[in-house]
Design a protein around this ligand. Structure first.
Ligand SMILES: [Zn+2]
Ligand SMILES: [Zn+2]
Length: 176
């Protein structure tokens, strides 16, 4: 099933504590958060479990993203996979007369026996995107003086007028 809305029909499990409804969606997310771009379809798989007074939803998400290496700015493409759990309450119970303890457990509400997974997936996608992406764990980055990409190029600025901290680094590099 593809599309913007990921609706899970929970009518079958609503009156049966312990019952669960499994779901699977694929959606194309045109999410473009600053320097990170989702490049693959987003695979969403999970289950909604009736735990008595609320519905507990467990979701596994898998996709691919493209970003720039934090140090050398080279493009990096990688897989992103994460899981999360959220609780949902029926809309009528999350109203004014609901007791506070109950509503604090509910992240989302649902109506008409349908639970929309898309918003939770989008929010959690943003939360799980890495803040800093590296092309390789030991990426040497770019020389701040000559701009050489030290992964593939040799620094052209030798030792002239170099910041003392960088001079130490240069010496360490010579030893290797
Ligand atoms: Zn890099
Ligand atoms: Zn340089």
């Amino acid at each position: 099933m593809a599309g913007d809305n990921m609706l899970v029909d929970v009518s079958r499990i609503l009156k049966n504590p312990g019952a669960q409804e499994e779901f699977e969606f694929i959606f194309e997310e045109a999410l473009d958060a600053d320097e990170i771009k989702i490049t693959g379809p987003v695979l969403v798989k999970g289950a909604v479990l009736n735990v008595g007074n609320l519905l507990e939803m467990t979701v596994h998400v898998k996709t691919r993203f493209k970003a720039q290496c934090y140090r050398c700015l080279d493009p990096v493409e990688s897989e992103l996979a994460f899981s999360f759990t959220e609780n949902y309450c029926p809309a009528e119970e999350a109203g004014d007369d609901a007791d506070e303890e109950q509503s604090s457990l509910c992240v989302g509400v649902f109506e008409d026996d349908e639970l929309d997974v898309s918003l939770a997936v989008k929010e959690n996608l943003l939360l799980n995107l890495p803040m800093r992406v590296l092309c390789t764990a030991d990426c040497p980055g770019i020389c701040p003086h000559c701009g050489a990409n030290l992964k593939t190029e040799i620094c052209r600025c030798k030792n002239e007028g170099v910041d003392p901290r960088l001079a130490i680094l240069a010496q360490l590099k010579k030893k290797n």
